[in-house]
Design a binder for this molecule. Structure first.
Ligand code: SAM
Length: 252
């Protein structure tokens, strides 16, 4: 059954009024007719089963039949991914795949070796990237659309991380002692749910030595993802899947 994120204002009493572009998609693309059922989500982790009463090109509404919590939305971990800014297609691939895998927020990072060095380039894509997040959340059955935070410079964001997250890790191929899995397993028992977890993944050129040193200085733990060098998009998806596996799905 199709799923649509709607603004909280769309839910009035026992009716849901969908957005014009959603009505157009229902009418023209999905060819939904009155009597069909869809899920409406307000992004808070709840979903409403709705029987459509009216579907036209510009408007669609229906009656609420059932309300429930979205099972697929992570409850035990809120993962924020700090991702080195890179060329558009690769960054968008990471937004989509890591949303499917359960990430809750993304912070585009400008670092010494990130391919993109202008915040303006990021803000120009914000609307497009938020649409990618919403569509990936709808497709994967999430209850919330991940948040796209403003782009930040590594040197400014790293020191602030410890105050914003219960645990902050930095994926670094130069780390040979601490593995991500072992750290997550050890932390899984310690922290109250949901664990506010942040994981940094560097750009294609990696983190500069002074950036890793800054991480250690401010208390951010470097972790290894194994002895092989992963592409940044592989690493981003790997840390998301591992974090959700150890802290959510496996622990469920
Ligand atoms: N220095 C790397 C190289 O020699 O090709 C380039 C960085 S790698 C392509 C991109 C990012 O993925 C790194 O900054 C790191 O965050 C993460 N990464 C890749 N392999 C990793 C590993 N084995 N352990 C931890 N992090 C890794």
């Amino acid at each position: 059954m199709q799923r649509f994120f709607v603004p909280p204002s769309a839910l009035t009493g026992q009716q849901v009024h969908f957005l014009p572009e959603q009505a157009r998609q229902m009418s023209r693309v999905l060819r939904l007719r009155p009597g069909a059922e869809v899920w409406a989500l307000d992004g808070s982790g709840q979903e409403w089963r709705v029987r459509l009463q009216s579907v036209t090109d510009g408007a669609a509404w229906g009656d609420v039949l059932e309300q429930r919590r979205v099972e697929a939305e992570p409850q035990r971990v809120r993962l924020t991914l700090y991702l080195g800014l890179t060329q558009r297609e690769k960054f968008e691939w990471m937004l989509q795949k890591c949303t499917e895998a359960g990430a809750s927020a993304f912070v585009p990072v400008l670092s010494a070796r990130s391919l993109v060095q202008q915040v303006s380039e990021v803000e120009a894509k914000r609307e497009r990237w938020q649409r990618i997040l919403r569509e990936a959340a709808e497709q994967s059955g999430r209850g919330c659309v991940p948040v796209l935070q403003p782009a930040q410079r590594l040197t400014a964001a790293l020191p602030q991380c410890l105050a914003q997250h219960a645990l902050t890790l930095l994926a670094w191929e130069g780390e040979h002692e601490q593995g991500l899995g072992a750290v997550l397993r050890a932390q899984a028992e310690k922290h109250p749910w949901p664990l506010q977890l942040a994981i940094w993944v560097g750009p294609e050129g990696g983190f500069a030595a002074d950036e890793v040193q800054l991480a250690r200085q401010v208390g951010v733990m470097p972790v290894s993802l194994g002895r092989r060098i992963l592409r940044m998009e592989t690493a981003a998806l790997a840390v998301t899947l591992l974090a959700l596996h150890y802290l959510e799905d496996d622990a469920a």
